[in-house]
Design a protein around this ligand. Structure first.
Ligand SMILES: Nc1ncnc2c1ncn2[C@@H]1O[C@H](COP(=O)(O)OP(=O)(O)OP(=O)(O)O)[C@@H](O)[C@H]1O
Length: 307
């Protein structure tokens, strides 16, 4: 198969990987379409990095099939590195290397490098070319990692926990850069455990929990299918009985914490709760009605499989 053939850019099918007899990737399958930002989301130790390292050809699967642009990342590693850009880990760059030296060095490794100058300008690194890696801020380091991942002019780039450790502003700036990368035609495979990041950036998300795909959908689809679309929370002036709550139409979940009730469901659920409160003459203190977020869906999806 040619590396430019149509179809998904990344295919993972029935992937298994164990370390010392412990299965950490347990039958994972997904495909990433050209031009997507595809998220791999999951709690610590879920198997996210192992999965994308199999995509990068850095780990050999025990079983299953992985293809990047139709190529086998292990058997055809050299050809895969021409279409796949990989984000370096912090430890892989020498502290004394300047931004310019890093860009030139990685250009020399790439068979078909992009011109690093416009790339550096686009990523806001042009004023930092003489700065040593160790002297860059967290956000600048991440921008350099994105630049280095893009230097080989890849079709798909893998970004793993790119915004971990960044302050909220630098994180938002990095999100904008990721959107720009996609707008320039590069497919993005994004590993994250930040819900807000996944919800804001990803077209589709695979939620991985304990080595398995717990759900795969658009962010809105994940929210709809698990937590319900609306979340209602309040502190009732008197307890409400469980049977009355369980009978609410469209109810997806109920939690009690420190006297506060949080219910998720549909608009119909909200109407029914308000009617129930009026009928029981119960006052709802600090009543809040919000749209469900990916956070709610994530907890729901990953909690259900907790032993
Ligand atoms: N080389 C290795 N040898 C043994 N165990 C490993 C190795 N690499 C990863 N693991 C274990 O495999 C499990 C999955 O790790 P992985 O890094 O894929 O998870 P993750 O979802 O990326 O987690 P995190 O969000 O914490 O990075 C973890 O329990 C981890 O300790």
């Amino acid at each position: 198969m040619s590396p430019t053939s149509a179809g998904p850019v990344v295919e993972v099918s029935g992937l298994y990987k164990s370390y010392g007899g412990r299965t950490v990737v347990d039958g994972v399958s997904f495909t990433v379409e050209e031009g997507e930002i595809f998220g791999v989301l999951g709690p610590n130790g879920a198997g996210k990095t192992t999965t994308v390292e199999c995509v990068e050809g850095l780990r050999t699967p025990d079983a299953g099939r992985v293809r990047v642009a139709g190529l086998d990342p292990v058997a055809e590693h050299d050809r895969v590195t021409r279409v796949l850009g990989v984000q370096l880990q912090q430890s892989e760059l020498q502290a004394k290397l300047t931004v310019r030296e890093a860009l030139e060095l990685y250009t020399s490794f790439a068979p078909h490098p992009a011109d690093w100058r416009p790339l550096a300008e686009r990523l806001g690194l042009d004023s930092r070319l003489g700065t040593r890696f160790a002297k860059l801020s967290g956000g600048q380091k991440q921008r350099l990692f994105i630049a280095l991942a893009l230097i080989g002019d890849p079709r798909v780039v893998v970004l793993d926990e790119l915004t971990t450790g960044l302050d909220p502003r630098a994180r938002r700036d990095t999100w904008q850069l990721i959107e720009d990368v996609r707008a320039s035609g590069v497919t993005v495979l994004l590993v994250t455990h930040f819900m807000e990041e996944a919800q804001r950036l990803c077209d589709r998300i695979a939620v991985i929990d304990k080595g398995r795909i717990a759900a795969l959908d658009t962010p809105q689809g994940l929210i709809r299918r698990s937590a319900g679309a609306t979340v209602l929370s309040f502190t009732p002036s008197a307890p409400l009985d469980e049977d009355a709550l369980a009978a609410l139409p469209g109810l997806a979940s109920v939690t009690h914490k420190d006297g506060r009730l949080t219910l998720s469901g549909t608009d119909e659920t909200v109407d029914a709760v308000l009617t129930l409160l009026a009928r029981r003459r119960v006052t709802a203190h600090q009543l809040r009605v919000t749209d469900a977020t990916l956070d709610d869906a994530f907890l729901d999806l990953t909690e259900t499989s907790t032993p």
